[in-house]
Design a protein around this ligand. Structure first.
Ligand SMILES: Nc1nc2c(ncn2[C@@H]2O[C@H](COP(=O)(O)OP(=O)(O)OP(=O)(O)O)[C@@H](O)[C@H]2O)c(=O)[nH]1
Ligand SMILES: [Mg+2]
Length: 365
């Protein structure tokens, strides 16, 4: 299992300044070095930080160009600096809060900041400053499946039931999981003879009402389902209450609220196949409660059956609805369903599997 400890990092970026020219002898200063990001599938976010350990942490710099001298009329160009980043990293200009670039292509170099021009006749022989700004590098997981739900719904327990050998922290209080964690669900003898097929699943910290307004911490983790192929909603059949003095929400209401949070974050996420797991159906009366949720969702315009503050605008049509009791390892066919949906989305992966490279597992942290 991989715990994603850091998925956001702030840097001050400063490309190299150009060296001064030498007017008297028409000497030209060297250009300042550029700063590049080099996207790699095999690089972990942690490693990027390691690259910086010895240097000044949180600064990205490139060498300045050398000034022209009497003995060396052409100043040496400053060396470029290249930082390896995991593919999928998004670069945000922290000063303007806009996305500068998405490093989505493996083995591609992205120019982040351009070095300043060396001093020459066109600039009065004064070396120019390199580009300089603050950035945030934001990493989005690239997993097959993302688990979303209110705190304490049983997301981690469900992950544990899917990948029983892994040590996963589970406890009866909200916000047990504070960092995204990724596990692999391995299928034996499913594809070809090698049983190579595996799906990566991310368990995310719980969402609460108003998450899109930055309530709680769950919101900032929603970015990790942007690249997921399949989303699983986990709801507690017996409903949810964050604390004594907050509103109690039924399972049906939590479905509406999760739908709302997702659409307010990014409504295109609703186009993904979403599986609903109504969990804890081992508890008294919860089978009936789960059946009631299912019944409600059969209505085309199901949001109108919910109180106004739980109503999504774009109701999800769930790919499947499963009643689960994750603690008892009763998943009601979830594993098989995930595999089926996966191959629906990636038909090439199942045909003549031997001709293809085994899927490289590429979630990166
Ligand atoms: N009865 C019952 N309890 C369950 C089931 N699944 C989970 N639980 C219990 O519910 C509590 C919360 O489970 P977690 O898996 O930690 O829930 P979570 O959704 O990961 O919670 P956060 O990480 O806090 O968001 C634990 O005490 C679990 O044992 C279930 O199917 N039945
Ligand atoms: Mg958890």
């Amino acid at each position: 299992m991989t715990v994603v400890a850091i998925d956001r990092f702030r840097f001050n970026v400063k490309a190299g300044a150009g060296g001064n020219g030498l007017a008297r002898y028409n000497g030209v200063g060297g250009d300042g070095g550029n700063i590049y990001l080099h996207a790699r599938n095999d690089v972990q976010f942690k490693r990027l930080l390691k690259q910086l350990d010895n240097a000044d942490l949180q600064r990205m710099r490139a060498e300045v160009g050398a000034a022209a001298t009497q003995t060396k009329l052409i100043g040496k160009r400053g060396q470029d600096t290249v930082f390896k980043v995991p593919t999928g990293v998004e670069v945000i200009n922290a000063d303007t809060d806009t996305v500068i670039v998405r490093c989505n292509t493996h083995d591609k170099r992205y120019l982040l900041a351009k070095g300043g021009e060396g001093g020459k006749s066109t600039n009065n022989f004064v070396g120019q400053l390199g580009e300089q700004f603050n950035i945030i590098l934001s990493l989005k997981l690239r997993v097959d499946v993302g688990l979303i739900g209110f705190p304490n719904a049983g997301k981690s327990t469900l992950l544990k039931a899917l990948t029983p050998k892994k040590k996963i922290h589970i406890a009866n209080y909200p916000f047990t999981t504070t960092k995204p964690q990724v596990c692999y669900l391995k299928y034996d003898q499913d594809v070809g003879d090698d049983g190579l097929f595996a799906m990566s699943i991310a368990d995310l910290p719980g969402l609460i009402e108003g998450a899109h307004l930055n309530r709680g911490k769950g919101h900032k983790f929603l970015k990790h389902v942007e690249n997921a192929s399949i989303i699983i909603f986990v709801v507690d059949a017996t409903g949810f209450r964050l604390s004594e003095d907050s509103t109690y929400r039924t399972a049906a209401e939590t479905v509406g609220l999760l739908n709302r949070e997702l659409e307010l974050y990014d409504s295109s996420l609703l186009q993904k196949p979403i599986v609903l797991c109504i969990n804890k159906t081992d508890l008294p009366n919860s089978e009936e409660k789960a059946a009631a949720v299912e019944e409600m969702l059969r209505e085309k315009d199901w949001p109108k059956l919910l109180p106004e503050d739980c109503r999504p605008q774009n109701p999800i049509v769930f790919r499947s609805i499963l009643k689960t009791a994750a603690r008892d390892f009763r998943l009601n066919g979830l594993q098989e369903l995930l595999r089926e949906v996966y191959f629906e989305l990636n038909p090439m992966a199942s045909d003549d599997y031997d001709f293809f490279e085994p899927r490289s597992k590429k979630h990166l942290t």
